[in-house]
Design a protein around this ligand. Structure first.
Ligand code: ZN
Ligand code: ZN
Length: 300
């Protein structure tokens, strides 16, 4: 079970009623935050998210609206009594950025483990049992998109196990994918489990102009979080020049990638009422949410 909260939905500047775009993902008691613009620690508190669970931070790129809140977040974590290490993942140069930011918070009661990822090719790593992949995006500076995939065990079928006379003490091992030997007979996991289950996948893409590879990267997502600076197509070219998308491009991306649900985010401060594009955008991809701060879902 993965809980996802879109903590903020703004781009460029935090506004009184719109915090900057970032995603809180919680699984198995640990949380990971993707992006951390100015004021993020306040937005996290506003949505009731527990800082004590924060184990990792992922940064997409080094524009202020995605990274300038890190020092405040680190100080808040220190004040919360965090003592176990915090992992920070980001493109090449992340260590230098953290070093610079940390000059205003030099005495933190926890270690920071920095993991730099390539900006020029895809990469993959594992966090908390979740496979995270990065994709180089096309923005005005180097930027990464991320996907989070959790493989799921097939359902255990107790009636089959009982029919085969398998003692309960072996069930956990079988469900974990191990065969067991009982009275000289080998019992394989397939004998007592259901069909393969589709993994849970979340993809987070901001900031970038549209390009075809995104659809493959986001393929079969249960949830695609993707940027839209404006709702109106008349801004499409201007936004592409700046390395951004408009709503319709994210809706096309959701459709092409076979995603189940699209959450739009990263609105321009000039876009005061993104909801007014709801009908237009749902005509392209019906399962679109023009997200508000604090949008949340539990994916099973
Ligand atoms: Zn941005
Ligand atoms: Zn940017």
């Amino acid at each position: 079970m993965i809980d996802v909260t879109l903590v903020g939905t703004g781009g460029m500047l935090p506004l009184p009623e719109r915090w900057l775009t970032c995603m809180w993902l919680e699984y198995n008691g640990k949380a990971c935050l993707t992006d951390c613009g100015e004021g993020t620690q306040i937005a996290l508190r506003k949505h009731g998210l527990k800082l004590s669970r924060l184990d990792a931070v992922l940064i997409t790129h080094f524009h202020a609206d995605h990274v300038a809140g890190l020092a405040g977040l680190l100080l808040s974590l220190g004040n919360c009594g965090k003592t176990d290490s915090l992992k920070i993942y980001g493109g090449k140069g992340t260590a230098q950025i953290i070093k610079n930011l940390c000059c205003i918070c030099p005495f933190l009661p926890f270690e920071i483990e920095i993991h730099e990822l390539p900006f020029n090719e895809q990469s993959e790593f594992s966090w908390n049992g979740i496979t995270i992949k990065s994709l180089p995006l096309k923005h005005s500076i180097s930027c990464l998109g991320y996907s989070f995939t959790l493989e799921r065990k097939p359902v255990f079928l107790p009636e089959k196990a009982r029919m085969l006379g398998i003692d309960v003490k072996y069930w956990n091992r079988l469900h974990s994918g191990n065969s067991v030997e009982i009275n000289g007979k080998t019992i394989t996991p397939e004998m007592v489990t259901g069909e393969h289950r589709r993994p849970v996948k979340i993809t987070y893409i901001t900031d970038s102009l549209y390009f075809d590879k995104m659809a493959e990267f986001a393929s079969d997502s249960n949830l695609l979080i993707s940027e839209g600076m404006y709702g109106d197509d008349e801004y499409k070219e201007k936004m592409a020049e700046k390395g951004h998308m408009v709503f319709s491009q994210s809706a096309e991306l959701a459709k092409k990638s076979g995603s189940e649900l699209l959450w739009l985010t990263h609105y321009s401060p000039a876009l005061t009422n993104p909801q007014e594009y709801s009908d237009m955008i749902k005509s392209i991809f019906p399962d679109t949410v023009i997200s508000r701060d604090g949008e949340c879902v539990t994916l099973k």
